[in-house]
Design a protein around this ligand. Structure first.
Ligand SMILES: N[C@@H](CCC(=O)N[C@@H](CS)C(=O)NCC(=O)O)C(=O)O
Length: 216
């Protein structure tokens, strides 16, 4: 995946553009899927600044969120889980989301649970980033912490497989990686099963370490 910084990216005839930073946990999920699906040569990674009102990300995804995949025909695909399913649809590798049956809904639901950890962690980080210290709501932070704690407890009882990646293992790996990186909560002491899960997953899924965020 080539990285470039031009401000108004236009997809080349046969190439897609992934608008994402290398620090976004949702972007990481899609970057892992690019590697797993061996699509690196077909995609350029172009960063986006979601706080810059002149950044074209706001036209490409009106929600102004990354990741966003730009297709050569001018179309845009978001959010991260839809992008992963799109990669499934154009790749000859095993799909990361089962195409039918109960397995599909189990993986999608577990992926939503894992993404919910990231959603809550991100809100905690944004609380510190966008508010003056006096405005920070401890009640809101505790509300988000409760979601993270309940989701970690639930997912540690039935974690995804570590040796055959699917959307939910990508989402969980990215969620735990984000908790380790930004540290909105400390989770390792209370969830040793997930600590083991993460080390097994990172040992068996090379795209996880290949997409690690730069030091905070
Ligand atoms: N549900 C979305 C969440 C994407 C998301 O929240 N991305 C963050 C960066 S990690 C973002 O763009 N934040 C900027 C904003 O919310 O304005 C997905 O799975 O792609």
């Amino acid at each position: 995946m080539n990285t470039e910084t031009r401000a108004t990216p236009i997809a080349e005839a046969d190439k897609m553009i992934l608008r994402s930073t290398v620090t976004s946990p949702y972007g990481r999920k899609t970057r892992m899927a690019v590697l797993i699906h061996k699509l690196t040569d077909r995609i350029d990674l172009v960063p986006a600044d979601t706080l810059d009102e002149t950044d074209t990300i706001r036209q490409q995804n009106p929600l102004g969120k990354i990741p966003c995949l730009l297709l050569p025909d001018g179309g845009a695909i978001y959010d991260s889980k839809v992008i992963v399913e799109y990669f499934d649809s154009i790749s000859d590798q095993r799909p990361l989301v089962p195409t039918s049956g109960r397995a599909r809904f189990d993986v999608l639901t577990r992926a939503v649970l894992a993404d919910g950890i990231t959603d809550a962690a991100l809100l905690m980080v944004y609380e510190g980033r966008f508010r003056e210290p006096a405005q920070i709501s401890e009640r809101w932070l505790a509300h988000q912490r409760g979601k993270i704690e309940r989701a970690l407890t639930a997912i540690s009882k039935a974690p995804p497989p570590t040796r055959e990646a699917d959307l939910s293992s990508l989402a969980l790996g990215c969620a735990l990686g984000y908790l380790d990186w930004r540290q909105p909560v400390s989770w390792r002491d209370a969830h040793p099963k997930l600590v083991d899960w993460l080390s097994e997953f990172s040992a068996h899924e090379p795209s996880f370490l290949a997409t690690v965020a730069p030091a905070a």
